[in-house]
Design a protein around this ligand. Sequence first.
Ligand SMILES: NC(=O)c1ccc[n+]([C@@H]2O[C@H](COP(=O)([O-])OP(=O)(O)OC[C@H]3O[C@@H](n4cnc5c(N)ncnc54)[C@H](OP(=O)(O)O)[C@@H]3O)[C@@H](O)[C@H]2O)c1
Length: 249
Amino acid sequence: MLAATQRIYGAPNVLTLEQIARPTLSPRDLLIEVLATPVTQGDRRLRSSDFPTITWLPGRLMFGLTRPRVPVKGTQFAGRVIAVGSEVTQFNVGDNVFGSTDDGAYAELLAISEDSTVIHTPQGWGHAEAASMPYGGITALVFLNRLAKLSAGEHIAIVGASGGVGRATVQLARALGATVTAVCSRDHDLMRELGAHHVVDRRNENFTDHRARYDVIFDTSGHVSFSSCRKSLTAKGRYLSVYMTARGL
Ligand SMILES: NC(=O)c1ccc[n+]([C@@H]2O[C@H](COP(=O)([O-])OP(=O)(O)OC[C@H]3O[C@@H](n4cnc5c(N)ncnc54)[C@H](OP(=O)(O)O)[C@@H]3O)[C@@H](O)[C@H]2O)c1
């Protein structure tokens, strides 16, 4: 099968198209014909080994110290099931599916366990739409539900709201019943369409100028810090950052 492979870390030109062996199927695996796969900020980081500050060494140890441990990257996918292992119960050949994986999506075929992050594509969704959903969607879900425990009636400020994670977070926060302030420099009308009650243009206004305004501040940009946000958080306010770096402090 054809795959985009990389043997070294670097810019997009480290990727090469080459023929490699088809994946073999374990009993609980689906074999998926990949019909769409995005390049997210996460994929870019993995390709170029751009792991922020203190995460650089753990990142290298995890993904390959001197070169990528796995040559076929790609963490999000949508496509069609073309074969199933003997113990698969939830999927059939011909099903449209999408999901998230550690690697392997930059290839014509992907083998993935039915117990991993893969679900049926809803009726009416295209493959490109489905493939773009997990990255921002899962990140937003984990940060808002599990970490921030955002509840209806709370006020959240989302920094980097126009980005891949931010756009999903705006929609999820609104769906959870929160008041949403989107902080970004572009796509202001889109932010309102996605559910933001307020839009702060970071070029003209500082969203932290309001005292005790936000129950949650979620930074997806890596350009703000807890200390700069502290006074604009309510007494039980939570500050979250997607960046595991000392700068978040
Ligand atoms: N920890 C995790 O589990 C996890 C999961 C997924 C992603 N991530 C990380 O999250 C980060 C964001 O991902 P993404 O896909 O959303 O990236 P993205 O699409 O590039 O969005 C980042 C946003 O940051 C904003 N920004 C840029 N410069 C800024 C500044 N100086 N001040 C304030 N905002 C600024 C930009 O919006 P404006 O220019 O419109 O302001 C942009 O939309 C990436 O670093 C990614 O690796 C982490």
